[in-house]
Write a protein that binds this ligand. Structure first.
Ligand code: SAH
Ligand code: SF4
Ligand code: F3S
Length: 471
């Protein structure tokens, strides 16, 4: 089934980043590794931890796989298509390896965890298979693989957070960075493979998170995004200071680093996001007014089957609180079309809810059955493909019109925009984002630089971009 309908880039297509050596990576290296990342931001953040571990081992990053001694794919299992993309990529590397027999190929991430040793049987060319909690063992596994053995470590952990490892920023714009604050997920959404591939939820030492953000700020970064599958359930007991750190408290600690350091976070779960978090957001200018609050479906019956543990009414009430406490807050969502037993009425409820929430943006997907999940074991994947496709198409069309409407309402407004780099279309324009996470493009004027904040008045827009001028 084609997923190209969506107007937004699906997460598995945010992929194939070929990483060039970075400034931090000046040491002379014996060997080179090449890494491609697929899937969510957490996987991209993990690749930066892997880069750090490999750097210690004497490997330098290269953006050209032809010259790599070690090729790594950090993989995603969230939908079948994400896995297919990786398999195709592996076939390509098989050909490269035919001419470079010494080159090692490793599979990391969620697909490694899901398929475990099976990977080595299915994909004969793979030398190393490492799950998300076992990256510290990579150096040993590489040695095993170099001596001709096939190396696997897919042990999940209840403690591993890589808190002490300073990630090496790959392919960075030097302005924005992701910081992992927790790992795993304890929710059991019935469609979702993440609890199986990432294991139990655990929160990272708060002090190490703050240190990492401080360090980024010292090095010129202006925005950090705190990452977790369910950030609202962040909970860390700092025994030394006799302090309980909730997500609201953590947000505050990071916001206090510097007023010119922007703070974002993802993902919020509708069942867990607290008013306390909303009030902290309101209190600090530098906490961006943007919440990614995936609804998945607008039908309470479907939400129950999905085991999301909230109802349509609960979700609507949460959106109400956000609008009340943070009137200028951007809201985005994830939506699944055609989950098991979904009827036309359920689908209409999703469309109506989207309209009610007035999402600025959404990631939209067909339901894709994942082996081993609750839904795969309990419910039949019984919505016909053409129906799924048509419903997704309607969801995408509605979202496009909501996005355009939301952007039109910004015409005439002035926003503080953090400049991230050149616009994709023209080097004569800057590209940045406002607090609400909307992309803003405007002509280069004066002596503004990448990493600066600009005051931009919006004059025009498309569904995906605000277009303005510096004032
Ligand atoms: N922790 C986040 C989501 C992580 S996965 C949350 O709870 O919101 C990102 C998105 O992928 C999900 O929100 C969901 O919309 C989508 N997704 C997950 N499993 C899927 C499946 N089996 N089929 C289709 N989409 C899926
Ligand atoms: Fe998956 Fe649900 Fe956990 Fe998100 S909260 S990662 S959808 S199980
Ligand atoms: Fe994919 Fe794993 Fe993230 S399944 S979406 S890479 S947690």
């Amino acid at each position: 089934m084609s997923e190209t309908l969506s107007s937004r880039i699906h997460d598995e297509e945010r992929q194939g980043k070929a990483y060039a050596p970075v400034v931090e990576d000046l040491r002379a290296h014996r060997k080179k590794f090449y890494i491609e990342s697929y899937g969510c931001q957490m996987n991209f953040a993990d690749s930066e931890i892997v880069a750090s571990i490999l750097n210690e081992k004497g490997f330098g990053a290269t953006g050209n796989y032809q010259e790599a001694d070690l090729v790594l794919l950090n993989t995603c299992s969230i939908r079948e298509k994400a896995e297919q993309t990786v398999r195709h990529r592996l076939q390509m590397f098989r050909q490269v390896k035919e001419n470079k027999p010494g080159m090692l190929i490793g599979v990391l991430g969620c697909m490694a965890e899901r398929l475990k040793g099976k990977f080595l049987e299915e994909e004969k060319l793979v030398d190393i298979v490492v799950g998300p909690d076992a990256y510290r063992t990579l150096p040993g596994l590489i040695e095993e693989a170099e001596s001709g053995q096939r190396a696997v470590n897919v042990l999940l952990s209840r403690e591993e957070t890589y808190a002490d490892i300073s990630p090496i920023r790959l392919d960075s714009n030097g302005v924005t960075a992701f910081v992992s604050i927790m790992r795993g997920c304890n929710n059991m959404c019935s469609f979702c493979v993440v609890p199986f591939t990432r294991g139990r939820e655990r929160s990272r030492d708060a002090a190490s998170i703050v240190r990492e953000c401080e360090d980024l700020f010292k090095r010129g970064y202006k925005e950090v995004t705190l990452l977790g599958q369910n950030v609202d359930s962040y909970y860390y007991v700092d025994e030394g200071k006799d302090e309980i750190v909730t997500f609201a408290r953590l947000l505050e600690k990071v916001a206090l680093i510097a007023p010119s350091l922007r703070v974002r976070f993802s993902t919020s779960h509708p069942k867990d996001i607290t008013d306390e978090v909303l009030y902290i957001m309101a209190k600090y200018e530098n906490i961006c007014k943007y919440i990614h609050l995936p609804v998945q479906s607008g039908s309470t019956r479907i939400l129950q089957l999905m085991n999301r543990t909230y109802t349509r009414e609960w979700y609507i009430a949460r959106v109400g609180r956000i609008r009340e406490i943070l009137p200028d807050c951007g809201i985005s969502s994830d939506i699944i079309a055609g989950f098991c037993t979904e009827t036309e009425e359920d689908h209409q409820e999703t469309l109506a809810l989207m309209q009610h929430a007035r999402y600025d943006m959404s990631y939209m997907f067909f339901y894709s059955e994942r082996p081993g999940t609750l839904a795969a074991r309990r419910y039949a994947d019984d919505v016909a493909e053409d129906v799924k496709k048509r419903r997704l198409d309607e969801i995408v069309k509605l979202q496009n019109s909501l996005s355009l409407e939301s952007n039109r309402q910004d015409i005439g407004k002035i926003f503080t925009v953090l400049i991230e780099g050149d616009s994709k279309k023209s080097a004569a324009d800057w590209r940045g984002r406002n607090s609400q996470n909307k992309v803003v493009v405007f002509p280069k004027e004066g002596n503004l630089q990448k990493g600066d904040y600009a005051q931009v008045k919006v004059e025009d827009c498309t569904g995906a971009t605000l277009i303005g001028k510096v004032i």
